[in-house]
Write a protein that binds this ligand. Sequence first.
Ligand SMILES: Cc1cc2nc3c(=O)[nH]c(=O)nc-3n(C[C@H](O)[C@H](O)[C@H](O)COP(=O)(O)O)c2cc1C
Ligand code: SF4
Length: 423
Amino acid sequence: MEKILLRNVDAPDSHTIGAYRSRGGYRALEKVVREMSPERLIDEIKASGLRGRGGAGFPTGMKWGFVPKDSPKPKYVVCNADESEPGTFKDRLLIEKDPHSIIEGTIIAAYAIRSHTAFIYIRGELSFGAKVLGRAIEEAVAAGYLGKNIFGAGYDIDLILHRGAGAYICGEETGLLSSLEGGKGWPKVKPPFPATHGLFGCPTVVNNVETLASLPWIVERGAARYAAIGTEKSKGTKLFSVSGHIRKPGVYEVDMGYPFKKFLEEDCGGVPNGKKLKGVIPGGASMPVLRADELDGVTMDYESFQAAGTLLGSGGVIVMDESTCMVRSAWNISRFFAHESCGQCSPCREGCHWMEKIFRRVERGEGKAGDLELILSVSGNIMGNTICPFGDAAAMPAAAFIKKFRPEFDAHIAQKKCTVSAS
Ligand SMILES: Cc1cc2nc3c(=O)[nH]c(=O)nc-3n(C[C@H](O)[C@H](O)[C@H](O)COP(=O)(O)O)c2cc1C
Ligand code: SF4
């Protein structure tokens, strides 16, 4: 499998502009601003089949195409580096080891929509990553890749690094924009979408770090080469961050469509200590869990994960062996969502706390008959009834844990204790 996103990360001093340039860095940007019109660039990215890697999988070229060309307002590009989904740590690797690929990709995206101001919004806790990115931006300015008249081609672009303050909801694109505007990180109702009404009410594209970091390779090698990798609808390669009960945790780059079981067992070394696999969350904590017996034939792409009853999401693979208490896992995840709900809409604000409280009492052996139905009912009432997809992100895993591991939850209630692990 050819490495596209991780092609630079193991090179010495990969975070520096010298190392990046010696490996072909910024050639794609030069090609774009000297030889391509924004329209041709958008067509090229559409042809590549690249879909957003922030979770929703929306086609990148199509998203750019929604930005009105003739708007008199300024246009903005925002690189979403908020990465806060539990189990997801793929963007961090690119930020720390290959910041120039993100900067180059962000400038390419800005050129595509005729923007002259771009932002990188980085998660508050990623202080080392912010330092690395900050230094890389200074290097790019000094080299003339940012600023006025880059490559002498008459195109001006500024890039501003903005640090978040540690809220998961600021990864949701409209929450991010509210925060970037200086307000609370409160999501906004869509439509209107950021492409027409984004930052300060101006046309804005928000793209994930991994999405943007894919662009230089696609521009240099051509859309057709990228589109030749992967499946019919899921093109290219994808980063997966693997954690939990697995021999070789880490960040992996995989061709879309790669067999999931093979990936876990061979590439990641399987479950350690002779234990059996019990369940896997394939796309970060907000995605429905799969039981081990549901993995046969599943491949690592948007369509296959969806057919299996879950979603690819952010590619945060969390592996759980047979010693894992699924009630405790469900409670743990629900605690995260109860803590991170921004509180704007009642189903999410109230529902997340109710689910957390009920999971907690079931986990502690204080559960009652009807508790599981209550969680399923609360989860069902959150789904689709909130301002932003955070509500669904909290509701989906809660319901999936109960449905997939029902006997374990029933046993917790009937026996008033955990029957799986001693913890
Ligand atoms: C609760 C929540 C958290 C999110 N967190 C992130 C994040 O940390 N990084 C990210 O790129 N996208 C995140 N997203 C998705 C963004 O809203 C948006 O879809 C994405 O940044 C668009 O970029 P893409 O088209 O390149 O995927 C989150 C969405 C939700 C609902
Ligand atoms: S769904 Fe939750 S996180 Fe999203 S706006 Fe409503 S309360 Fe806030």
